[in-house]
Ligand binder design. Structure first.
Ligand code: BTN
Length: 249
């Protein structure tokens, strides 16, 4: 039988501040096997992108982190990790649960313009290489009501029934393992091909916002650094890093 590196070991916790924090502490204290997964039923201080908090109901959602420490990735290729996890989640939702979705750059997964999954990747760097990466995933599963002003949805809101969270993790791991060889490959063409297939606004006009100004443009490409290239309606192409541009849904 083929070895599946992602999730060969699953540490299951009832409650923790953040699975990303737990993974970071574990890496400090001991040798962690590549692909170890830490999942928690409840996070008391879940963290999101840009220093935000990731606050979801206990016991109702999938929150886990994957430790990767066998990647031979240069820091300027860090976005490949993001692509790997987002295409895995996107294909899992589409093919396993029949939920249509898109990836909003950099790595949010949206269903009907509402967020169903967020990803927080924290890398440790040695020289210009990534020595290890903690890939935190928050997938909304059985929660039905979200905080005001937060446009989110869940598997239950779409499918109508509750789903076992452990079962969701097991199925998602199949997809993470399926696409892992693409992340490990020295040729990242296929990884990008898969990303573009799922990416919101790829070669399609969408509304974007830069410094408060809304304009129309389309995604031309995304670099392995994560920098996105946008072609504006007037024909100008401009590169943006995180925080410099947002998508208007
Ligand atoms: C985002 O802001 O979209 C990213 C959310 C990431 C949440 C997950 S839940 C598991 C892991 N542990 C954390 O504290 N955050 C990530």
């Amino acid at each position: 039988m083929q070895f599946s590196p992602i999730g060969h070991t699953i540490i299951s916790l009832p409650s923790i501040d953040s699975t990303n924090n737990y993974a970071a502490n574990l890496l400090n204290e001991t040798n962690v096997l590549n692909g170890t997964v830490i999942m928690a039923k409840n996070q008391t201080k879940g963290r999101g992108q840009r220093g935000n908090i990731w606050e979801v109901n206990p016991d109702e959602n999938l929150t886990f982190s994957i430790v990767l420490n066998d990647l031979k990735l240069k820091l300027n290729h860090q976005f490949l990790i993001s692509i790997w996890v987002s295409i895995s989640v996107s294909h899992f939702l589409k093919e396993n649960l029949f939920i249509e979705n898109v990836i909003k750059w950099p790595n949010d997964i949206l269903v009907n313009n509402q967020k169903i999954c967020g990803v927080l990747i924290e890398n440790s760097v040695r020289g210009d290489n990534i020595s290890n990466s903690i890939v935190g995933v928050g997938l909304n599963v059985n929660q039905q009501v979200f905080s005001d002003g937060y446009s989110a949805t869940s598997v239950k809101n779409i499918k109508g029934n509750s789903i076992d969270i452990k079962q969701i993790l097991e199925s998602l791991l199949i997809y993470l393992n399926r696409y892992y060889p693409l992340l490990k490959s020295t040729n990242n063409e296929l990884l990008f091909e898969k990303y573009y297939e799922c990416l919101l606004g790829y070669k399609k006009n969408i509304n974007l916002k830069e410094e408060g100004v809304v304009f129309k443009g389309e995604v031309v490409s995304v670099a392995p650094t994560g920098i996105i290239s946008i072609k504006k309606e007037d024909g100008e192409t401009k590169d943006y890093s995180f925080k410099q541009i947002s998508f208007i849904l």
